[in-house]
Design a protein. Structure first.
Length: 174
């Protein structure tokens, strides 16, 4: 009898875990994808940010209004970052948490991306900031839907011309 209950319990838990995406679907981005036709920001490369822990983050912006945020690389040397990034292109493109949409209105940038605050359901992070010039913008706020909190930051992103840029084709944003 105990064995039957144990098997039944394990089976039910297995079904619940495998159905997690159905029971708790990922949040939807609130921003719609709109083609970017402006000239406030350059798009023939990437934007990078060096954080206080020695990591470099890389952000690609596309004319389609989509964005691709790469992994954090443990180096401030962009030559090293680029080599690692290129070797990971195909894997990066398959991860929903790397993709999002952005918009530019006047000298303001805003973007949304999926984040994984814990295992399972993906939630949304909305980021806003100011464009300094066509090669620099400063992120000032991040809002995370999973905890309903806004964080004030001062993250300055710089542009670097770069080729080959991964294309913007993905299955997550229509």
């Amino acid at each position: 009898m105990k064995t039957t209950i144990l098997i039944l319990t394990v089976s039910v838990l297995g079904i619940l875990v495998s159905c997690c995406k159905v029971l708790f679907p990922d949040e939807k981005l609130s921003m719609k994808r709109v083609d970017y036709n402006g000239n406030q920001l350059r798009l023939d490369g990437y934007y990078y940010y060096h954080d206080n822990n020695g990591y470099t983050l890389v952000l690609f912006l596309y004319r389609t209004g989509t964005m691709l945020l790469t992994r954090a690389y443990l180096s401030a040397d962009l030559d090293i970052v680029e080599k690692q990034m290129i070797s990971q292109y195909e894997n990066l493109k398959k991860e929903k948490t790397r993709w999002g949409v952005f918009s530019v209105v006047d000298h303001k940038i805003e973007y949304e991306e999926w984040v994984a605050p814990d295992e399972g359901r993906l939630t949304v992070c909305k980021t806003t900031g100011n464009i300094v010039n066509d090669t620099t913008f400063c992120i000032t706020k991040r809002f995370y839907s999973y905890n309903n909190k806004t964080y004030h930051v001062n993250d300055v992103w710089h542009f670097k011309e770069f080729f080959p840029k991964p294309d913007s084709t993905n299955v997550f944003i229509k």
